[in-house]
Design a protein around this ligand. Sequence first.
Ligand code: GLU
Length: 484
Amino acid sequence: MVRVRFAPSPTGDMHIGGLRTAIFDWLFAKANNGKFILRIEDTDRARYDKESEITIIESLKWLGLQWDEGPDIGGPFEPYRQSERKNIYKTEVQKLINNNSAYYDGATPEELQSLREEQVRNKIPPRYDGRGEITEKEALARKQVGKQVVIRFRVPKEQIEFFDEIRGKVNFDHKEIDDFIILKSDEMPTYHFAHVIDDHKMKISHVIRGEEWISSTPRHVLLHKALGYELPKYVHVPLILGKDKSKLSKRHGAESALSYKDKGYLPEALLNFLALLGWSPGDNTEIMSIKEIIKKFSVERILDHAAVFDPEKLEWMNASYIRNMDSTKLNEIIFKQVSKPIENQGLGINDKTQIEKLTPLIRERLKNIKDASYLLNYFFYDNLEINSDQLLPKNTSKENIIIGLQKSTELLQGIENLEPEILEGKFRALADNLGLKAGQLFFPIRIALTGRKESPPLFHTMEALGKEKSIERIDKAIKIIERM
Ligand code: GLU
Protein backbone atom coordinates (compact mmCIF):
# COMPACT_ATOMS: atom_id res chain seq x y z
CA MET A 1 0.00 0.00 0.00
CA VAL A 2 1.43 3.35 -1.02
CA ARG A 3 1.25 5.87 1.80
CA VAL A 4 2.89 9.25 1.42
CA ARG A 5 2.84 12.30 3.60
CA PHE A 6 3.26 15.98 3.19
CA ALA A 7 4.79 17.19 6.42
CA PRO A 8 5.11 20.95 6.51
CA SER A 9 6.52 22.93 9.41
CA PRO A 10 4.19 25.86 9.92
CA THR A 11 6.81 28.55 10.31
CA GLY A 12 6.15 30.82 7.36
CA ASP A 13 4.50 31.22 4.00
CA MET A 14 3.61 28.25 1.82
CA HIS A 15 6.17 28.82 -0.90
CA ILE A 16 6.50 27.30 -4.35
CA GLY A 17 8.96 24.60 -3.29
CA GLY A 18 6.71 23.32 -0.53
CA LEU A 19 3.72 23.36 -2.77
CA ARG A 20 5.53 21.44 -5.49
CA THR A 21 6.55 18.78 -2.95
CA ALA A 22 2.94 18.50 -1.81
CA ILE A 23 1.85 18.10 -5.43
CA PHE A 24 4.36 15.31 -6.07
CA ASP A 25 3.25 13.52 -2.91
CA TRP A 26 -0.38 13.83 -3.86
CA LEU A 27 0.19 12.79 -7.47
CA PHE A 28 2.16 9.76 -6.41
CA ALA A 29 -0.58 8.71 -4.00
CA LYS A 30 -3.24 9.21 -6.68
CA ALA A 31 -1.23 7.43 -9.36
CA ASN A 32 -0.82 4.40 -7.11
CA ASN A 33 -4.21 4.25 -5.42
CA GLY A 34 -2.45 5.16 -2.25
CA LYS A 35 -3.13 7.47 0.64
CA PHE A 36 -2.02 11.07 0.97
CA ILE A 37 -1.44 12.15 4.54
CA LEU A 38 -1.06 15.63 5.95
CA ARG A 39 1.08 15.85 9.05
CA ILE A 40 1.81 19.11 10.79
CA GLU A 41 5.38 19.25 12.08
CA ASP A 42 5.09 21.86 14.77
CA THR A 43 7.65 20.86 17.35
CA ASP A 44 9.71 24.00 16.95
CA ARG A 45 7.56 26.05 19.30
CA ALA A 46 9.70 29.16 18.97
CA ARG A 47 9.03 29.37 15.25
CA TYR A 48 5.52 27.96 15.21
CA ASP A 49 2.98 30.26 13.61
CA LYS A 50 -0.72 29.47 13.69
CA GLU A 51 -1.35 31.73 10.68
CA SER A 52 1.14 29.72 8.68
CA GLU A 53 -0.71 26.50 9.43
CA ILE A 54 -3.97 28.05 8.25
CA THR A 55 -2.27 29.27 5.08
CA ILE A 56 -0.80 25.85 4.33
CA ILE A 57 -4.17 24.17 4.69
CA GLU A 58 -5.89 26.81 2.60
CA SER A 59 -3.25 26.54 -0.14
CA LEU A 60 -3.59 22.77 -0.39
CA LYS A 61 -7.35 23.02 -0.48
CA TRP A 62 -7.26 25.71 -3.13
CA LEU A 63 -5.18 23.45 -5.36
CA GLY A 64 -7.51 20.56 -4.68
CA LEU A 65 -4.89 18.43 -2.95
CA GLN A 66 -7.27 16.75 -0.58
CA TRP A 67 -5.67 14.51 2.04
CA ASP A 68 -7.01 11.17 3.23
CA GLU A 69 -5.74 11.53 6.77
CA GLY A 70 -4.79 14.67 8.61
CA PRO A 71 -5.18 16.80 11.71
CA ASP A 72 -8.63 18.06 10.79
CA ILE A 73 -10.13 14.78 9.61
CA GLY A 74 -8.18 12.33 11.74
CA GLY A 75 -7.32 8.82 10.57
CA PRO A 76 -6.06 5.47 11.82
CA PHE A 77 -2.76 6.88 13.09
CA GLU A 78 -3.89 10.08 14.73
CA PRO A 79 -3.01 12.55 16.03
CA TYR A 80 -1.47 14.10 12.91
CA ARG A 81 0.03 17.07 14.66
CA GLN A 82 3.42 16.41 16.17
CA SER A 83 2.92 18.59 19.22
CA GLU A 84 0.15 16.20 20.24
CA ARG A 85 2.37 13.14 19.94
CA LYS A 86 4.82 13.89 22.73
CA ASN A 87 4.14 10.69 24.61
CA ILE A 88 4.87 8.57 21.56
CA TYR A 89 8.26 10.25 21.16
CA LYS A 90 9.05 9.84 24.84
CA THR A 91 8.50 6.10 24.67
CA GLU A 92 10.73 5.82 21.65
CA VAL A 93 13.45 7.98 23.16
CA GLN A 94 13.45 5.73 26.20
CA LYS A 95 14.09 2.75 23.93
CA LEU A 96 17.16 4.47 22.57
CA ILE A 97 18.40 5.36 26.04
CA ASN A 98 17.90 1.76 27.12
CA ASN A 99 19.91 0.32 24.27
CA ASN A 100 22.62 2.95 24.70
CA SER A 101 21.88 4.61 21.36
CA ALA A 102 21.10 7.88 23.07
CA TYR A 103 22.27 9.74 26.16
CA TYR A 104 21.35 12.60 28.42
CA ASP A 105 23.48 15.64 27.89
CA GLY A 106 23.85 18.51 30.29
CA ALA A 107 26.43 20.59 28.43
CA THR A 108 25.87 24.26 29.10
CA PRO A 109 25.93 26.86 26.34
CA GLU A 110 29.28 28.04 27.72
CA GLU A 111 30.76 24.58 27.47
CA LEU A 112 29.57 24.26 23.88
CA GLN A 113 30.99 27.64 23.07
CA SER A 114 34.40 26.82 24.49
CA LEU A 115 34.44 23.52 22.59
CA ARG A 116 33.74 25.40 19.38
CA GLU A 117 36.50 27.91 20.03
CA GLU A 118 38.94 25.12 20.81
CA GLN A 119 38.08 23.43 17.50
CA VAL A 120 38.45 26.63 15.54
CA ARG A 121 41.85 27.18 17.16
CA ASN A 122 42.99 23.68 16.26
CA LYS A 123 41.45 23.96 12.81
CA ILE A 124 39.35 20.84 13.21
CA PRO A 125 35.73 20.54 12.03
CA PRO A 126 33.16 21.71 14.56
CA ARG A 127 31.79 18.40 15.87
CA TYR A 128 30.30 17.73 19.24
CA ASP A 129 32.50 15.40 21.28
CA GLY A 130 29.97 14.14 23.80
CA ARG A 131 31.55 15.97 26.72
CA GLY A 132 28.21 16.73 28.37
CA GLU A 133 27.01 13.15 28.76
CA ILE A 134 25.43 12.49 32.15
CA THR A 135 23.54 9.63 33.78
CA GLU A 136 19.78 9.48 33.93
CA LYS A 137 19.93 10.15 37.67
CA GLU A 138 22.11 13.20 37.18
CA ALA A 139 19.82 14.42 34.42
CA LEU A 140 16.80 14.23 36.70
CA ALA A 141 18.63 16.07 39.45
CA ARG A 142 19.67 18.81 37.09
CA LYS A 143 16.18 19.19 35.68
CA GLN A 144 14.80 19.52 39.19
CA VAL A 145 16.93 22.57 39.82
CA GLY A 146 15.87 24.09 36.50
CA LYS A 147 18.96 23.26 34.49
CA GLN A 148 18.67 22.35 30.86
CA VAL A 149 19.16 18.79 29.77
CA VAL A 150 18.80 17.40 26.26
CA ILE A 151 18.96 13.92 24.83
CA ARG A 152 21.40 13.19 22.03
CA PHE A 153 21.63 10.33 19.61
CA ARG A 154 24.92 8.46 19.80
CA VAL A 155 26.03 8.27 16.19
CA PRO A 156 27.50 4.82 15.54
CA LYS A 157 30.93 4.72 13.96
CA GLU A 158 29.95 3.06 10.73
CA GLN A 159 29.58 3.88 7.08
CA ILE A 160 26.09 4.97 6.16
CA GLU A 161 24.48 3.95 2.93
CA PHE A 162 20.98 4.33 1.62
CA PHE A 163 19.14 4.19 -1.63
CA ASP A 164 17.43 7.19 -3.15
CA GLU A 165 14.90 6.28 -5.82
CA ILE A 166 16.15 9.10 -8.02
CA ARG A 167 19.86 9.28 -7.28
CA GLY A 168 20.55 5.63 -6.53
CA LYS A 169 23.03 4.64 -3.81
CA VAL A 170 24.14 7.43 -1.51
CA ASN A 171 27.12 6.97 0.84
CA PHE A 172 27.97 9.01 3.85
CA ASP A 173 30.87 9.04 6.24
CA HIS A 174 29.74 8.92 9.87
CA LYS A 175 32.54 11.37 10.70
CA GLU A 176 30.49 14.06 9.04
CA ILE A 177 27.74 13.65 11.59
CA ASP A 178 28.10 14.33 15.27
CA ASP A 179 25.84 13.24 18.10
CA PHE A 180 22.72 15.24 17.43
CA ILE A 181 19.92 16.29 19.70
CA ILE A 182 16.73 14.25 19.48
CA LEU A 183 14.86 15.62 22.48
CA LYS A 184 15.21 19.27 23.33
CA SER A 185 15.24 20.74 26.82
CA ASP A 186 11.54 21.63 26.47
CA GLU A 187 10.99 17.90 25.94
CA MET A 188 9.92 18.45 22.37
CA PRO A 189 11.57 16.17 19.84
CA THR A 190 13.63 17.62 17.03
CA TYR A 191 12.42 17.29 13.46
CA HIS A 192 14.95 14.55 12.70
CA PHE A 193 13.68 12.36 15.50
CA ALA A 194 9.96 13.04 15.39
CA HIS A 195 9.46 12.54 11.69
CA VAL A 196 11.31 9.21 11.68
CA ILE A 197 8.99 7.89 14.36
CA ASP A 198 5.92 9.27 12.65
CA ASP A 199 6.86 7.94 9.24
CA HIS A 200 7.23 4.53 10.81
CA LYS A 201 4.12 4.64 12.97
CA MET A 202 2.04 6.07 10.14
CA LYS A 203 3.31 3.33 7.83
CA ILE A 204 4.69 5.77 5.28
CA SER A 205 5.93 3.78 2.29
CA HIS A 206 7.65 6.60 0.38
CA VAL A 207 9.25 9.71 1.81
CA ILE A 208 8.93 12.19 -1.03
CA ARG A 209 10.51 15.50 -0.17
CA GLY A 210 12.81 18.25 -1.39
CA GLU A 211 16.42 17.53 -2.22
CA GLU A 212 17.54 19.89 0.53
CA TRP A 213 16.80 17.05 2.97
CA ILE A 214 19.14 14.55 1.39
CA SER A 215 22.08 15.58 3.55
CA SER A 216 19.95 14.93 6.65
CA THR A 217 18.85 11.51 5.47
CA PRO A 218 21.91 9.68 6.89
CA ARG A 219 20.77 10.77 10.36
CA HIS A 220 17.31 9.48 9.61
CA VAL A 221 18.65 6.17 8.36
CA LEU A 222 20.67 5.73 11.55
CA LEU A 223 17.64 6.51 13.68
CA HIS A 224 15.51 4.00 11.80
CA LYS A 225 18.13 1.34 12.39
CA ALA A 226 18.59 2.13 16.06
CA LEU A 227 14.85 1.96 16.60
CA GLY A 228 14.55 -1.29 14.68
CA TYR A 229 12.35 0.24 11.99
CA GLU A 230 12.33 -0.69 8.36
CA LEU A 231 13.42 2.11 6.02
CA PRO A 232 10.83 3.81 3.85
CA LYS A 233 11.70 4.43 0.21
CA TYR A 234 13.38 7.78 -0.24
CA VAL A 235 12.50 10.04 -3.13
CA HIS A 236 14.31 13.36 -3.04
CA VAL A 237 12.85 15.64 -5.64
CA PRO A 238 15.03 18.21 -7.41
CA LEU A 239 15.44 21.74 -6.20
CA ILE A 240 13.69 24.61 -7.89
CA LEU A 241 16.02 27.43 -8.89
CA GLY A 242 15.50 30.90 -10.25
CA LYS A 243 16.39 31.68 -13.87
CA ASP A 244 19.86 32.78 -12.78
CA LYS A 245 20.32 29.32 -11.23
CA SER A 246 20.39 30.64 -7.70
CA LYS A 247 18.08 29.58 -4.89
CA LEU A 248 14.51 30.48 -5.76
CA SER A 249 13.20 33.57 -4.02
CA LYS A 250 10.78 36.44 -4.41
CA ARG A 251 13.13 38.29 -6.68
CA HIS A 252 12.69 35.54 -9.28
CA GLY A 253 8.98 36.28 -9.29
CA ALA A 254 8.12 33.35 -7.05
CA GLU A 255 5.24 34.10 -4.72
CA SER A 256 3.41 32.32 -1.97
CA ALA A 257 0.68 29.93 -3.08
CA LEU A 258 -2.18 32.10 -1.97
CA SER A 259 -0.85 35.22 -3.59
CA TYR A 260 -1.26 33.41 -6.91
CA LYS A 261 -4.85 32.89 -5.91
CA ASP A 262 -5.22 36.58 -5.13
CA LYS A 263 -3.66 37.49 -8.43
CA GLY A 264 -6.20 35.54 -10.39
CA TYR A 265 -4.26 32.41 -11.29
CA LEU A 266 -6.30 29.28 -11.76
CA PRO A 267 -5.45 26.43 -9.40
CA GLU A 268 -5.43 23.91 -12.27
CA ALA A 269 -2.90 26.03 -14.18
CA LEU A 270 -0.62 26.42 -11.18
CA LEU A 271 -0.85 22.70 -10.47
CA ASN A 272 -0.01 21.82 -14.06
CA PHE A 273 2.90 24.27 -14.05
CA LEU A 274 4.33 23.03 -10.76
CA ALA A 275 3.95 19.38 -11.74
CA LEU A 276 6.38 20.09 -14.56
CA LEU A 277 9.00 21.52 -12.22
CA GLY A 278 11.11 18.44 -11.74
CA TRP A 279 8.94 15.93 -13.54
CA SER A 280 8.34 15.27 -17.19
CA PRO A 281 5.66 13.18 -18.89
CA GLY A 282 8.33 11.88 -21.25
CA ASP A 283 7.32 13.97 -24.24
CA ASN A 284 6.87 17.65 -24.84
CA THR A 285 3.28 17.87 -23.70
CA GLU A 286 2.86 20.78 -21.36
CA ILE A 287 -0.82 21.44 -20.89
CA MET A 288 -2.37 18.43 -19.25
CA SER A 289 -5.49 17.85 -17.24
CA ILE A 290 -5.01 16.68 -13.68
CA LYS A 291 -6.32 13.28 -14.71
CA GLU A 292 -3.70 13.01 -17.43
CA ILE A 293 -0.92 14.07 -15.08
CA ILE A 294 -1.97 11.46 -12.56
CA LYS A 295 -2.06 8.84 -15.26
CA LYS A 296 1.44 9.67 -16.43
CA PHE A 297 3.05 10.41 -13.09
CA SER A 298 5.80 8.08 -11.93
CA VAL A 299 8.95 8.33 -9.85
CA GLU A 300 11.03 7.16 -12.83
CA ARG A 301 10.10 10.36 -14.60
CA ILE A 302 11.14 12.66 -11.78
CA LEU A 303 14.22 14.46 -13.02
CA ASP A 304 17.60 14.23 -11.35
CA HIS A 305 18.56 17.84 -11.98
CA ALA A 306 17.27 21.13 -10.67
CA ALA A 307 14.19 22.70 -12.23
CA VAL A 308 14.05 26.34 -13.25
CA PHE A 309 11.12 28.51 -12.25
CA ASP A 310 9.89 30.66 -15.11
CA PRO A 311 7.13 33.09 -14.13
CA GLU A 312 6.40 33.95 -17.78
CA LYS A 313 5.69 30.33 -18.51
CA LEU A 314 3.28 30.22 -15.62
CA GLU A 315 1.56 33.29 -16.98
CA TRP A 316 1.35 31.76 -20.42
CA MET A 317 -0.05 28.56 -19.02
CA ASN A 318 -2.61 30.41 -16.96
CA ALA A 319 -3.74 32.39 -20.02
CA SER A 320 -4.01 29.20 -21.98
CA TYR A 321 -6.21 27.61 -19.28
CA ILE A 322 -8.41 30.70 -19.32
CA ARG A 323 -8.71 30.66 -23.11
CA ASN A 324 -9.80 27.06 -23.10
CA MET A 325 -12.04 27.18 -20.12
CA ASP A 326 -15.67 26.23 -20.23
CA SER A 327 -17.72 29.44 -20.72
CA THR A 328 -20.08 28.94 -17.82
CA LYS A 329 -17.17 28.42 -15.46
CA LEU A 330 -15.28 31.39 -16.85
CA ASN A 331 -18.34 33.65 -16.59
CA GLU A 332 -18.71 32.59 -13.02
CA ILE A 333 -15.10 33.37 -12.12
CA ILE A 334 -15.06 36.68 -13.96
CA PHE A 335 -18.30 37.70 -12.34
CA LYS A 336 -16.85 36.90 -8.95
CA GLN A 337 -13.90 39.14 -9.72
CA VAL A 338 -15.71 42.17 -11.16
CA SER A 339 -18.56 42.09 -8.68
CA LYS A 340 -16.10 42.77 -5.89
CA PRO A 341 -16.18 46.36 -4.69
CA ILE A 342 -13.82 48.80 -6.38
CA GLU A 343 -11.56 49.20 -3.36
CA ASN A 344 -11.19 45.44 -3.41
CA GLN A 345 -10.16 45.89 -7.05
CA GLY A 346 -13.33 44.66 -8.64
CA LEU A 347 -15.70 46.91 -10.55
CA GLY A 348 -18.65 46.79 -8.18
CA ILE A 349 -20.82 45.46 -11.01
CA ASN A 350 -23.58 43.04 -10.12
CA ASP A 351 -25.27 42.48 -13.45
CA LYS A 352 -24.36 38.94 -14.41
CA THR A 353 -26.01 38.92 -17.83
CA GLN A 354 -24.01 41.95 -18.84
CA ILE A 355 -20.78 40.30 -17.74
CA GLU A 356 -21.66 37.16 -19.68
CA LYS A 357 -21.97 39.23 -22.84
CA LEU A 358 -18.57 40.81 -22.31
CA THR A 359 -16.62 37.71 -21.34
CA PRO A 360 -16.05 36.54 -24.94
CA LEU A 361 -14.51 39.93 -25.74
CA ILE A 362 -11.77 39.64 -23.18
CA ARG A 363 -11.20 35.91 -22.93
CA GLU A 364 -8.27 35.97 -25.36
CA ARG A 365 -6.59 38.84 -23.56
CA LEU A 366 -6.84 37.56 -20.02
CA LYS A 367 -3.54 36.54 -18.48
CA ASN A 368 -5.18 36.14 -15.13
CA ILE A 369 -8.65 36.60 -13.77
CA LYS A 370 -7.78 39.73 -11.88
CA ASP A 371 -7.09 41.50 -15.20
CA ALA A 372 -10.79 41.21 -15.98
CA SER A 373 -11.44 44.28 -13.85
CA TYR A 374 -9.01 46.33 -15.86
CA LEU A 375 -10.12 44.97 -19.21
CA LEU A 376 -13.79 45.54 -18.54
CA ASN A 377 -13.49 48.85 -16.74
CA TYR A 378 -14.33 51.16 -19.67
CA PHE A 379 -17.49 49.29 -20.52
CA PHE A 380 -18.97 50.46 -17.25
CA TYR A 381 -17.28 53.70 -16.40
CA ASP A 382 -16.98 56.86 -18.46
CA ASN A 383 -14.02 58.38 -16.71
CA LEU A 384 -11.61 57.41 -19.48
CA GLU A 385 -8.11 58.75 -19.33
CA ILE A 386 -7.58 59.96 -22.86
CA ASN A 387 -4.13 60.76 -24.08
CA SER A 388 -5.02 63.48 -26.58
CA ASP A 389 -1.96 62.85 -28.78
CA GLN A 390 -3.25 59.36 -29.45
CA LEU A 391 -6.38 60.78 -31.05
CA LEU A 392 -4.35 62.10 -33.96
CA PRO A 393 -2.83 59.46 -36.20
CA LYS A 394 0.09 60.29 -38.47
CA ASN A 395 -0.14 61.59 -42.02
CA THR A 396 -3.44 63.31 -41.77
CA SER A 397 -4.71 66.59 -40.37
CA LYS A 398 -6.56 67.47 -37.21
CA GLU A 399 -9.43 68.76 -39.36
CA ASN A 400 -9.73 65.49 -41.25
CA ILE A 401 -9.96 63.55 -38.01
CA ILE A 402 -12.58 65.91 -36.61
CA ILE A 403 -14.63 65.46 -39.76
CA GLY A 404 -14.06 61.72 -39.64
CA LEU A 405 -15.29 61.51 -36.06
CA GLN A 406 -18.27 63.78 -36.71
CA LYS A 407 -19.30 61.68 -39.66
CA SER A 408 -18.86 58.59 -37.50
CA THR A 409 -21.38 59.82 -34.96
CA GLU A 410 -23.81 60.66 -37.77
CA LEU A 411 -23.30 57.22 -39.21
CA LEU A 412 -23.94 55.62 -35.86
CA GLN A 413 -27.11 57.62 -35.35
CA GLY A 414 -28.54 56.10 -38.47
CA ILE A 415 -27.72 52.46 -37.73
CA GLU A 416 -30.42 50.46 -36.02
CA ASN A 417 -28.62 47.22 -35.36
CA LEU A 418 -25.10 47.57 -34.04
CA GLU A 419 -23.82 44.33 -35.45
CA PRO A 420 -20.01 44.20 -35.66
CA GLU A 421 -19.89 43.01 -39.26
CA ILE A 422 -22.33 45.60 -40.51
CA LEU A 423 -20.57 48.29 -38.52
CA GLU A 424 -17.23 47.38 -39.97
CA GLY A 425 -18.54 47.53 -43.54
CA LYS A 426 -20.09 50.92 -43.01
CA PHE A 427 -17.09 52.42 -41.25
CA ARG A 428 -14.70 51.15 -43.89
CA ALA A 429 -16.84 52.77 -46.54
CA LEU A 430 -16.90 55.98 -44.55
CA ALA A 431 -13.11 56.09 -44.28
CA ASP A 432 -12.90 55.47 -47.99
CA ASN A 433 -15.29 58.30 -48.78
CA LEU A 434 -13.28 60.65 -46.63
CA GLY A 435 -10.03 59.68 -48.21
CA LEU A 436 -8.71 58.20 -44.93
CA LYS A 437 -7.06 54.88 -44.42
CA ALA A 438 -9.20 52.58 -42.28
CA GLY A 439 -6.65 52.75 -39.46
CA GLN A 440 -6.60 56.55 -39.53
CA LEU A 441 -10.27 56.52 -38.66
CA PHE A 442 -10.48 53.43 -36.51
CA PHE A 443 -7.60 54.31 -34.26
CA PRO A 444 -9.00 57.59 -32.90
CA ILE A 445 -12.39 55.92 -32.54
CA ARG A 446 -10.81 53.17 -30.46
CA ILE A 447 -9.10 55.75 -28.25
CA ALA A 448 -12.35 57.69 -27.96
CA LEU A 449 -14.31 54.60 -26.93
CA THR A 450 -11.83 52.92 -24.66
CA GLY A 451 -9.04 55.36 -23.85
CA ARG A 452 -6.64 52.58 -24.79
CA LYS A 453 -4.53 51.60 -27.75
CA GLU A 454 -5.38 47.98 -27.21
CA SER A 455 -8.88 46.70 -26.77
CA PRO A 456 -11.10 43.90 -28.02
CA PRO A 457 -12.11 44.22 -31.70
CA LEU A 458 -13.38 47.74 -32.27
CA PHE A 459 -16.84 46.99 -33.58
CA HIS A 460 -17.52 44.38 -30.93
CA THR A 461 -16.58 47.04 -28.42
CA MET A 462 -18.98 49.47 -30.10
CA GLU A 463 -21.75 46.93 -30.02
CA ALA A 464 -21.17 46.23 -26.36
CA LEU A 465 -21.05 49.90 -25.45
CA GLY A 466 -24.23 50.68 -27.35
CA LYS A 467 -25.11 53.51 -29.65
CA GLU A 468 -25.67 56.25 -27.13
CA LYS A 469 -22.49 55.74 -25.15
CA SER A 470 -20.40 55.35 -28.30
CA ILE A 471 -21.68 58.61 -29.75
CA GLU A 472 -21.21 60.38 -26.45
CA ARG A 473 -17.59 59.25 -26.19
CA ILE A 474 -16.77 60.16 -29.76
CA ASP A 475 -18.28 63.62 -29.21
CA LYS A 476 -16.11 64.03 -26.15
CA ALA A 477 -13.03 63.13 -28.18
CA ILE A 478 -13.95 65.68 -30.85
CA LYS A 479 -14.04 68.35 -28.18
CA ILE A 480 -10.62 67.30 -26.93
CA ILE A 481 -9.19 67.56 -30.44
CA GLU A 482 -10.78 70.92 -31.02
CA ARG A 483 -9.07 72.26 -27.94
CA MET A 484 -5.66 71.02 -29.05
N1 GLU B 1 8.88 19.41 8.31
C1 GLU B 1 9.81 19.27 7.25
C2 GLU B 1 9.68 20.53 6.36
O1 GLU B 1 9.34 21.52 6.86
C3 GLU B 1 9.52 18.01 6.49
C4 GLU B 1 10.65 17.47 5.71
C5 GLU B 1 10.32 16.05 5.30
O2 GLU B 1 9.47 15.92 4.43
O3 GLU B 1 10.88 15.11 5.88
O4 GLU B 1 9.92 20.56 5.21
